[in-house]
Every structure is written in C-alpha cells, then in structure tokens.
Ligand binder design. Structure first.
Ligand SMILES: [Fe+2]
Length: 291
C-alpha cells in the first residue's frame, strides 16, 4: 500500500462504482477522487470502501440530485441524505449543478436548464443558501451544458452565475468541457465566457468527453452532446490552457460516466491535465517576471 501524500494539486478522477474496489486495493496515482453521493446512499459496502479510500485521498462529493433550480423547492430529504455522507467522508469540496431535476416530488433523470431571470435568480439564491446551511459548508455550483436558450432570459449565464456568487456566497465549479460545448451549441465565445467568470470564486475545474451529433434543426451542423463517454476533446484541452491561465492552479477532475474505460485511461487523462497545467503556470509565471 502506497503512503504517498495525495493532494488537490495533482488532477483527480471521477470514481465510479466499477473502479472502487480496484482503487482501494491498488491505490492508483491520482491526486484525489470525486464521487456522486447518489451512488453510495443505498450501498453500505461501497460507502465503507469510500471511507477507507478517504483515509488516503482527498475526496470531493458531486451531487447530481439536489435540483437547486427547482421552482417547487429543494429536495430536503435528499439534502439530509447528502449531509449524512458528508459527515462520514468529510470531503474537501462539495458541488452540484445549476439545473433542476425535480418537480412536485417527481424525479426527472436529467439536468434541465433554467431561464436566466430575476425570478429564477431569487429561487436559486434561496436554495443555495439552504444547501450551504444544510451542509454546513460552501457549495460549488457547476455551469451547465447548454443546448437551448430561453427567449425570456434577461441576463447571460456568466452574469447569472456571478450574481449567485454575490448573493448566496456560493463558489463555482467551472466545467471547461461544458463551456466548450455550450459555446459551440449556443454560438458564443468560450474564452470570453471564462474571462467573465469571477475568478476568485472558481475552486474546481472539470474536464469530460463530449460527442458530436448531427443537428436535426440545422442540417450540416453538429451539436455537441455532454455524453461523458469519451476522452476530452482537443478543443477542450485548448480551453483548459486558458482556464488555468485565468484561474491559476485549480483542482482539476476528469469525468467519465458512460462506456467507462479502465482506471488507467482515466489516470492518463489526469496526467495530461497535470502536464498542461504545469506548462501553463510556468509560462504565466515567466510572463509575470518579464512584465
Ligand atoms: Fe462536470
């Protein structure tokens, strides 16, 4: 068993159930792991393995079921379940999505989009405050992958996220692949999006694979789908360079949720993130010295 100290300064990987026994037995060279609490809430054996792993690695919790954007209120029972796992694991980061997935007790297995209006802002702000009070710690909010906008939106996504940071005290998880994908699908400038985010609030970066599919509404055009089923695209790696230059050294995670490859493949992607981050940070500090 390795006694190498792990840290958030080395990229981590999203740990899914097929790899958890291997991770506990082999102690792979990952800086940290991020898990979905929903995989553990009804699985005591997996939770015991996760607790064992937490003795050697920083663990982050990334919830997919809180539904902070739900107009009918937060799922408080789910929040309490997540809190119980947080208490057992003591994660280094806790995050979730700017999305809604529940309505009046019905759970929809998707992360659905929100119009960016004053009314939505008030609802999400209230829910984020409730989440942070319920968890007893800051919550990182992740930018969504976008396929459509709302004609009723009165602010951009960057403005909306910045307002949420100011009003709720939440922090941000910038999914670089989501920015890349959304910029393509929605027709905006991905680098300008990164430049607009409040850098002080960005505490984590995600990189995940997406897939190009024919856009039925625009023949000859591709729509990028957030499949998390493939390696990180070259365009997302390029944007990651901008993200590191903009936000500095930031805990980075490789996500892969479908057609899950070997743990070794995930670690290769994490190593590539480390190489890019180190190269970018060295270049930025060299530029700072010559200024
Ligand atoms: Fe993500």
């Amino acid at each position: 068993m390795s006694s190498i100290p792990r840290s958030l300064s080395q990229s981590g990987v999203g740990l899914r159930l097929p790899h958890i026994e291997e991770a506990v037995a082999a102690r792979p060279n990952a800086g940290w792991f991020e898990v979905h609490p929903e995989n553990f809430l009804a699985n005591p054996h997996a939770t015991e393995l996760l607790q064992e792993l937490a003795r050697s690695y920083p663990i982050a919790i990334h919830t997919v079921g809180l539904s902070v954007g739900s107009a009918s209120g937060l799922d408080r029972r789910h929040l309490a379940r997540v809190r119980s796992l947080v208490d057992r694991i003591d994660p280094v980061l806790v995050s979730g999505h700017l999305a809604w997935s529940t309505h009046q007790g019905e759970y929809l297995n998707d992360l659905l989009p929100l119009p960016y209006t004053a009314e939505t802002l008030a609802v999400v702000t209230r829910h984020l405050q409730e989440v942070q009070d319920g968890l007893g710690r800051p919550f990182l909010l992740e930018n969504p992958s976008c396929y459509l906008g709302f004609t009723g939106s009165t602010m951009t996504e960057v403005q909306f996220l910045s307002e949420l940071v100011d009003r709720s005290g939440c922090q941000l998880l910038c999914d670089v692949s989501n920015v890349c994908l959304s910029a393509h699908n929605m027709g905006y400038d991905a680098v300008a999006y990164l430049e607009g985010l409040p850098a002080h609030a960005v505490r984590e970066l995600h990189l995940g694979g997406f897939t190009a599919e024919e856009d039925d509404s625009r023949p000859g055009h591709a729509v990028l789908i957030d499949t998390h089923s493939t390696r990180v695209a070259e365009t997302a790696w390029d944007l990651y360079t901008h993200a590191v230059a903009r936000f500095g050294a930031t805990p980075t995670l490789i996500e892969w949720d479908n057609e899950i490859p070997s743990l070794g493949t995930l670690l290769e992607e994490a190593a590539r993130a480390d190489q890019i981050a180190q190269r970018t940070l060295s270049r930025e500090s060299a530029h700072a010295l010559t200024r």
